[in-house]
Write a protein that binds this ligand. Structure first.
Ligand code: SAH
Length: 370
């Protein structure tokens, strides 16, 4: 049997490790505890991709580190920029799996939309990602790496305190973050650390389809903002749109939101509502939504449905969306209609990964024809 070539075994990567993991790694390496703090600064504040750049460490120590460890980013297999300035990166991990990360620049902020899983198990009937099976959870380092890649591409090192292009993070990419809670939590702790990437929990929003038993823990442990993909006000309709509703129906979901730790009128829960023609978009639906939200610090995001090839739905007409928004707004809730961003690069809600899957399919076709 051939002996494996030791140089073919990749060196362990330090980028993406949390504080505890990095400290443990340095202890095992025989370094003093303050070394872990220095490395943390270089990796997460300065964005170093090379040990040689870590000039506050002795040359001998840098060389020892470089012989043992790597400072790797995932490969960017595609980078696209929309005519509206939205950017999308397709990241490829060493096992060949890919996820997408999207940056949405606005007047006053820049939001990074981060993925938590490769694919998704939820099978929401209006979501393109839902038509792809779950391949695997992302590790904490792979979630952190999405922020690192965006900072690299936007030239945001050292981590700026003002005039940032990445001011906000939303876990609204591929996957259900509360089905990968441990890794998401570890990653967010790294992202929030004030001596590193330093994005405050107030600027981070986790979006869930409604994994009720995990909602309280998320609020208590992470203190991030919560967004809930509600999309329907009756269980029979929501059962069809978001099959997870059969397990955690609307009443239980709303109750978990009402008691979400940290929610207040100053920090409201976002209810996402995709507008589907003839399915969930009547004035009666809007009035029922208002009734459901009574007593919950809430705001509503109305998302025009983004169609995809073969989708069994159409987007509601503008007039229906406006009428819906007016009813919710008149009841005292903010109810903006989200303008789709990055449509030309398939970066809009529910479309992530579709391009790469199509690419792979078209590559596969000649093979199967052979
Ligand atoms: N699993 C999490 C996060 C990913 S989805 C969740 O369900 O919240 C991010 C948001 O995009 C969700 O509100 C989702 O319902 C919405 N979305 C998915 N497909 C869409 C589509 N085709 N058009 C508009 N919004 C969509």
């Amino acid at each position: 049997m051939a002996t494996p070539n030791p140089s073919a075994v990749p060196r362990p990567n330090l980028v993406g490790l949390g504080r505890t993991a990095l400290a443990a790694e340095m202890t095992a390496f025989g370094a003093e505890p303050f070394r872990a703090r220095q490395l943390w600064h270089w990796i997460y504040h300065r964005g170093a991709t090379d040990f040689a750049a870590m000039t506050s460490l002795s040359k001998a120590f840098r060389e020892r580190l470089a012989a043992r460890y790597a400072l790797r980013r995932p490969a960017v297999s595609r980078a696209l920029t929309s005519i509206d300035g939205t950017r999308k990166w397709l990241l490829r991990f060493p096992d060949g799996q890919e996820v997408e990360t999207v940056h949405i620049p606005e007047e006053e902020r820049g939001t990074l939309c981060v993925s938590s899983q490769v694919g998704c198990t939820l099978t929401c009937s209006f979501c393109h990602t839902g038509t792809q099976r779950l391949v695997r959870n992302l590790g904490a380092a792979e979630i952190v790496a999405q922020v690192m890649i965006a900072r690299d591409a936007l030239g945001e090192w050292p981590s700026p305190q003002a005039d940032r292009q990445v001011t906000n993070i939303v876990l609204m990419g591929m996957g259900e973050p509360l089905f990968n809670y441990e890794n998401v939590a570890e990653a967010l702790k790294t992202v929030m650390d004030p001596e590193g990437l330093s994005i405050s929990r107030r600027k981070i929003t986790l979006s869930t389809a409604g994994v009720v038993p995990m909602i309280r823990r998320c609020g208590a442990e992470l203190g991030v903002n919560l967004a809930v993909s509600l999309h329907a006000v009756r269980d029979d309709v929501r059962d069809r749109l978001v099959p997870l509703n059969r397990k955690y129906p609307i009443a239980e979901l709303i109750e978990a939101c009402r008691t979400y730790p940290g929610a207040s009128n100053a920090r409201r829960i976002t209810f996402e509502y995709v507008m589907l023609k003839g399915v969930n978009d009547t004035p009666a639906d809007a009035r029922e939504l208002v009734r459901l939200l009574a007593g919950t610090p809430a705001k509503v995001n109305l998302i025009p449905f983004n169609p995809w090839p073969g989708a069994p739905y159409e987007c509601s007409p503008d007039a229906a969306i406006a009428a819906f928004s007016d009813i919710v707004f008149a009841a005292g809730y903010s109810a903006p209609v989200r303008t789709p961003r990055g449509r030309d690069i398939l970066a809009a809600c529910g479309q992530l990964k579709s391009a790469s899957v199509r690419l792979r399919k078209s590559k596969d076709e000649p093979l199967s024809a052979d």
